[in-house]
Design a protein around this ligand. Sequence first.
Ligand code: AMP
Length: 236
Amino acid sequence: MATRQKAAGSPGAFILLGPPGAGKGTQAKELARRCGIPQIATGDILREAVRRETPLGLEAKAVMARGELVSDDMVCAIVEQRIKQEDCKNGFILDGFPRTMAQAERLDQILTAAGWGRPKVIYLAVGMEERMRRLAGRRGCKVCGRIYNIYDRPPRLEGRCDDDGSELTRRHDDSREAVVRARFEAYEKETAPLVRYYRRSGKVHRVDGKLSLEQVTREVLKLCRAYDHMQSKGRA
Ligand code: AMP
């Protein structure tokens, strides 16, 4: 595999951890815009594959509809390919990956082999009630993917994207209570232990995800600068 060294001062690899509804997607988009690096959201990539009925999408569709996790091999292959692309040369933001211990271990190997070193790990902490409310209010633009929340960040015109006027839709897996519950359960069982895993090998920045979008972004960027400083001193 071709290796890349993170150029001095480039943002590098980020991981956004947090349960469904914590705001990872919204935050990842904002960070991506500010840092000039792409957001890599495995959920978005899989939903697009389902929509286009690719072999990957056909395999993932039923599992996603139940709110369960697709296979580690499938998502690891997606991420491994994606981060080799040219737009990732200064870094990338992983949103919704890794989600299991096996994915985290595989990611470590991928990042080390590609010369990325330790990722910056950010954990967005948000309580259950607020997450439920966010999932209930979440709407996304069918065309550009911009995320709205009908309670906190509604579009100017109901049901339409501010940027391109396209229809806003609700995710299938947000609208069925049993599926939302399955996603929360998968998070608690498979993904929550990753916070401890990353703590063992370095620092996990815990950010209060209940703050406003702008405050969370500011907090994350501030922490990341501190993180770079620690890394340069060999303490992260
Ligand atoms: P998300 O958009 O991150 O909420 O992901 C939506 C769905 O895609 C999840 O409920 C899973 O079925 C699947 N998915 C996304 N990322 C992963 C992953 N890293 N591992 C396993 N399944 C995933």
